[in-house]
Design a protein around this ligand. Structure first.
Ligand code: GLV
Ligand code: GLV
Length: 335
């Protein structure tokens, strides 16, 4: 086979097998963070790669690479990809939108329910055997979700899917997004656009679903947390770095915020040590898209993207989720 691809983390065997029907596959069998130098070495002799969100592909990693033509990201967010550098090198880049929208929206609710109703903390208490000592009637009091105001910061596909689920909880939904949604979609989602400061002041449960960029870095920092209700619950299913984790830990410790649910962290897999000490925060290791169906669909889509970018399959030359169409037309340095 003329083309070789590198897969940076263990994937579903059936997806690897379908890739291997077209190209030579070098698949890693272990997890682990790689340095730019290690990534550069792994990518030196392949035509394409399927990579995870922990693999940062930038000019440093691409320097001197004359062969690589396609990078398929396992995830919808792609702040780990330097798109201008990839485009300059005429390398096609793809992500996995849509297939994870509903599953990720489900998880926003999982975190919201768990954080508001103290599920994690109560479970730790029970597992530790404390129930045998009796329980007060006025213990384990959480905050309600039904009938409250749901705020959503970032109203893309996932944000809209989170909003649609609020109907059954009889919530009012407000959102902030740089651009306002068309009125018909606002109606369908039952969501009203407000300024960011109004969102912060009014939300009882605030879900963050915006992409990470220099502009959204610390979109929720000390100043923003200070505007929120002391009874509010904050949920981050977007990206680490959108929340100032140190400021959040302080607000949670001082009772200026009721609870938080976090699936993503600044500098993950590292965790701000203060977060681990707190009982009023639910922590999970970036698993919002991790249902059996959806992780398979993401892997398949990444494989389809990669094969199409390399000229194979029904979508040859036209990857379903291409991020940089400007990079089409082959590598500039190809002879
Ligand atoms: C997960 O964080 C994703 O971007 O898909
Ligand atoms: C973000 O890209 C989304 O799909 O909501």
């Amino acid at each position: 086979k003329p083309h070789s691809v590198w897969v940076s983390r263990p994937l579903f065997p059936e997806v690897l097998a379908s890739l291997a029907g077209y190209v030579n596959v070098h698949a890693e069998t272990g997890e682990g963070k790689r340095t730019p130098g290690q990534l550069r070495d792994k990518l030196a002799d392949v035509d394409g790669a399927i990579i995870g969100l922990g693999d940062r592909i930038d000019a440093e990693v691409l320097a001197g690479n004359r062969r690589l033509r396609a990078i398929a990201n396992l995830g919808v967010g792609h702040n780990n990809l330097d798109l201008p550098a990839l485009t300059a090198a005429r390398i096609l880049a793809t992500n996995t939108p849509d297939v994870l929208t509903q599953t990720t929206a489900d998880y926003a609710w999982a975190l919201m329910l768990a954080a508001a109703r103290r599920v994690g903390s109560a479970e730790r208490w029970l597992r530790a055997g404390h129930w045998h000592g009796g329980m007060r009637f006025d213990d384990w009091l959480g905050v309600d979700i039904h009938g409250k105001t749901l705020g959503i910061l970032g109203m893309g596909r996932i944000g809209q899917a989170v909003a649609r689920r609020a109907v059954g909880f009889d919530m009012s939904v407000i959102y902030h997004n740089r651009s306002r949604l068309p009125a018909a979609i606002e109606r369908e989602c039952g969501a009203a656009w407000v300024e960011k400061s109004e969102l912060l002041r009014r939300a009882d449960h605030l879900v963050l679903v915006l992409p990470y960029s220099a502009q959204s870095h610390h979109a929720i920092g000390a100043a923003e947390l200070a505007q929120m209700k002391a009874t509010a619950v904050l949920l981050n299913i977007a990206r680490g770095g959108i929340v100032d984790d140190a400021a959040l830990a302080e607000a949670l410790r001082e009772g200026r915020l009721a609870a938080a649910g976090l699936d993503v962290f600044e500098g993950e897999p590292a965790l701000h040590p203060a977060l681990r000490e707190l009982e009023n925060v639910v922590l999970s290791p970036h698993i919002a898209s991790a249902s059996a169906e959806t992780r398979r669909a993401m892997a398949r889509l990444a494989a389809d993207n990669l094969l199409a970018a390399l000229g194979y399959g029904p979508r040859a030359g036209d990857p379903p989720s291409l991020l940089n169409p400007e990079a089409r037309g082959g590598r500039a340095d190809e002879t």
